[in-house]
Design a protein around this ligand. Structure first.
Ligand code: 6GU
Length: 251
């Protein structure tokens, strides 16, 4: 059914987040980086490759150095006021952003930064409904504040630790969002069963053999009774969440 999705479709779709939405189109993500090589491999395999092969997702990387007016591809400089660490200069960033925005409208200009809002499944669900996104990968001390003020619409962190650059964080976002685009996952229901999609951790899973070294699979999973299996999985989800992430149950 989804193989012919090269064209734009219009219909109502119940997506993994449970929201109904109309107009399903392919998503385009433009990533601005000083290390495009770092982003090649993550998008060339598995789910992200399939999403692109099916025409559901397009990911482009743009080398910031191609947009600098300065010599030797310079994109960063010392910070005003002194202090260690370089800051990414506004001009190359403004150039690439204006170049992209001239071509199409963007829903969000996202800046990957440890002081952004911490990324979660809800944000992934919301972003998966967008059509065109720009993602800026920060380096060094970050980007000049004026770019944040005048271009950036959303600032995202992937957790409370510091990475040396935003590229790996950008790959995380694109993976989490890309797999939610309808038609990307083979089994449409499997995104619904993910940890966090219903605010609970996922239940344990088993595959063959039913008895491995005397370690048996829970009997209910072999019962062939889908209702019993659903009930068991739900109970296990709650148990696991209570043990490992009790805070999730409060919310
Ligand atoms: Cl988005 N960037 C960097 N440099 N470090 C991070 C991060 C982002 N999220 C968590 N740590």
């Amino acid at each position: 059914m989804f193989r012919c999705l090269k064209v734009y479709w219009k219909f109502t779709y119940k997506c993994a987040s449970g929201l109904d939405f109309k107009l399903l189109t392919k998503m385009r993500i433009d990533i601005i980086t000083v290390l495009p090589e770092l982003l090649q491999s993550p998008f060339s395999h598995s789910m992200m490759k399939r999403a692109q092969d099916r025409g559901l997702l397009e990911v482009y990387t743009h080398n910031l150095r191609d947009f600098t007016p300065y010599k030797h591809g310079q994109v960063d400089d010392y910070q005003f006021g002194g202090g260690a660490g370089m800051v990414m200069m506004p001009e190359p960033l403004a150039n690439v952003l204006e170049h992209l925005k001239k071509e199409r409208d963007y829903d969000e200009v996202i800046y990957m930064t440890p002081d952004g809002a911490v990324f979660d499944q809800k944000t992934a669900n919301i972003l998966s409904l967008k059509q065109n996104l720009i993602v800026i990968c920060g380096h060094y001390k970050g980007i000049d504040e004026r770019i944040r003020e005048h271009f950036v619409t959303k600032e995202i962190s992937i957790g409370d630790y510091v990475l040396s650059g935003g590229e790996l964080a950008a790959a995380v976002i694109v993976d989490a969002v890309g797999r939610l685009i309808p038609g990307v996952l083979n089994d449409e229901t499997s995104a619904l069963m993910d940890s966090f999609q219903d605010g609970l951790l996922a239940p344990p899973v088993y595959t063959r053999p039913a008895d491995f070294r005397g370690w048996a699979v829970p009997e209910v999973l072999l019962s062939g009774d889908p209702k019993k299996v659903d009930t068991w999985r739900h109970e296990e989800s709650i148990k696991r969440t209570a043990e490992r992430r009790p805070g999730l149950l409060d919310s």
